[in-house]
Design a protein around this ligand. Sequence first.
Ligand SMILES: Nc1ncnc2c1ncn2[C@@H]1O[C@H](COP(=O)(O)OP(=O)(O)OP(=O)(O)O)[C@@H](O)[C@H]1O
Ligand SMILES: Nc1nc2c(c(=O)[nH]1)N[C@H]1C(S)=C(S)[C@@H](COP(=O)(O)O)O[C@H]1N2
Length: 201
Amino acid sequence: MSDSTPPSCEPVRIGIVSISDRASTGVYEDKGLPALQDWLTRALHNPVTFEPRLIPDEQALISQTLIELVDAGCALVLTTGGTGPALRDVTPEATLAVAHKEMPGFGEQMRQISLAFVPTAILSRQVAVIRERSLIINLPGQPKAIAETLEGLKNPDGSPRVNGIFAAVPYCIDLIGGPYLETRDEVCKAFRPKNAVRPAR
Ligand SMILES: Nc1ncnc2c1ncn2[C@@H]1O[C@H](COP(=O)(O)OP(=O)(O)OP(=O)(O)O)[C@@H](O)[C@H]1O
Ligand SMILES: Nc1nc2c(c(=O)[nH]1)N[C@H]1C(S)=C(S)[C@@H](COP(=O)(O)O)O[C@H]1N2
């Protein structure tokens, strides 16, 4: 726990899944897992136990991995890669196959944010779902897309220009009975309705 960790911070287990045929077979170095871990470590005060997985674009294996991570107690699972239109891109199908509820707002907002960065943002079919007490979110495979979609776009003075999707993640996890996530405002200011904000202890 770092010095800046509020004393009340609950520990959280987070699954991070990089889905790439080439990174998983060593054709190129995987940059997805380090990017996910770095961003989440910067954004969260909570002590995090990461559950990292690097797997190829195989639908059954992706679904099985997501189920295992939920069963292992991950309150949040973030995937990167395999959301596009290519024949091997099946991450959304594998995610929907394990869904108990769909959360379409996350995909809609991520495509909106990504349009501020690349015109091909509309090619990402990314989805988010709830399975049991876990929120599973697909992010695009470009490593830089991870911070872009989670954090959004900032003005030169650091104020948010387009809200990243992570702003809504802590309250979503509250609502499914997970740990209370506390973010570093300079990276991502989480939004909760007033009655859901826990007073500092
Ligand atoms: N895990 C990763 N590590 C590093 N770069 C990646 C990774 N995943 C994707 N990229 C980069 O982002 C681009 C788009 O990602 P996408 O998920 O569409 O990969 P892809 O073209 O289907 O190939 P693969 O599944 O073999 O990574 C890739 O071509 C690659 O340059
Ligand atoms: N923020 C952001 N979103 C992005 C991109 C990006 O570079 N940044 N790349 C786009 C591209 S080129 C594609 S093909 C789709 C799907 O990417 P994936 O198959 O790597 O998941 O994500 C899109 N979304």
